[in-house]
Ligand binder design. Structure first.
Ligand code: ZN
Length: 278
């Protein structure tokens, strides 16, 4: 598998990459360019009703690999925590209806006033435990995505591959859980390639974009593969050497650049670059 060129069949472009489009426009754009897969962005899914969403993806023949982002399980107030669990159950139902393999889980960061990251991690683990049975029932995997430590405060208290693996081991539900590896979140990790080789069999999703050397926004200034300092191709090859066979998913948050361009130009650029950079 390693060293093979990426094909349109294996390419996934996250719906959030086409933030400038509504739900239908984004799916139609992907279909127009022959892109086989997508990961739906939950804010966009909430803009349409579920039956319409199912029809739109089916009519356009676009495969839904996952829904993103689920989780956010670190609330300190019990009512907010319970609401998060309920919302994730709804997300799992939506994922099942759309034929998605996974719900991508980010743990959430620290609530307002909270200064105890260790206990926040415990709450996230408790939340995940409460979702495992439900996920099994609807046959949708929980794909834990560690995020870059600079967004630890408000997005994810799990930042490294080691932390993510330990978290999943604590959970002890390997049949229904796995990892989402995002190159933007993890490219800086020491011994990254060694680690990826090891965890590759647990990887369900590979999210790819580029880190612009002089980034202007830690979260919303992601670059197009090829424009920055991440070797996405090499990351993919290492995971494939370890047994990863899943989709390669381009996920670009780009408030000042790619979200302002016509969606056809964005998708065309990704397709042009995938043989070299993905
Ligand atoms: Zn991601």
């Amino acid at each position: 598998m390693a060293n093979e060129y990426l094909t349109l069949e294996r390419l996934n472009i996250h719906q959030v990459t086409l933030m400038q489009c509504d739900f239908r426009e984004s799916i139609e754009c992907l279909a127009r360019h022959g892109v086989a897969g997508t990961t739906l962005w939950l804010d966009k899914l909430d803009e349409t009703n579920l039956d319409d969403a199912v029809s739109i993806v089916n009519d356009n023949g676009v495969r839904v690999d996952a829904l993103c982002p689920g989780g956010l399980l670190t609330a300190t107030k019990p009512a907010a925590f319970t609401a998060a669990i309920d919302l994730n159950r709804k997300r799992l139902d939506q994922a099942a209806a759309l034929g998605a393999r996974s719900l991508v889980i980010i743990t959430g960061g620290l609530s307002d006033g909270d200064k105890d990251i260790q206990t926040a991690r415990v709450r996230a683990l408790t939340g995940m435990r409460q979702l495992v049975g439900y996920a099994r029932n609807v046959n949708v995997k929980l794909a834990l995505e560690p995020l870059h430590p600079m967004v630890c405060g408000f997005r994810s208290v799990i930042s490294t591959i080691t932390d993510a693996v330990e978290f999943l081991e604590e959970l002890d539900a390997g049949d229904i859980t796995g990892l989402a590896i995002d190159s933007y979140a993890l490219w800086w990790e020491p011994r990254l390639h060694e680690q990826l080789l090891k965890v590759a069999p647990r990887v369900l999703h590979f999210h790819a974009s580029d880190w612009l050397r002089e980034t202007e926004d830690l979260r919303l200034d992601r670059g197009m593969p090829g424009d920055g300092i991440i070797d996405n191709r090499r990351i993919r090859e290492h995971m494939e050497q370890g047994g990863f066979t899943g989709p390669v998913e381009v996920e670009i948050f780009s408030r000042k650049d790619w979200w302002r361009r016509p969606c056809d130009e964005v998708v065309q650029t990704i397709v042009e670059r995938m043989e070299v950079y993905l």
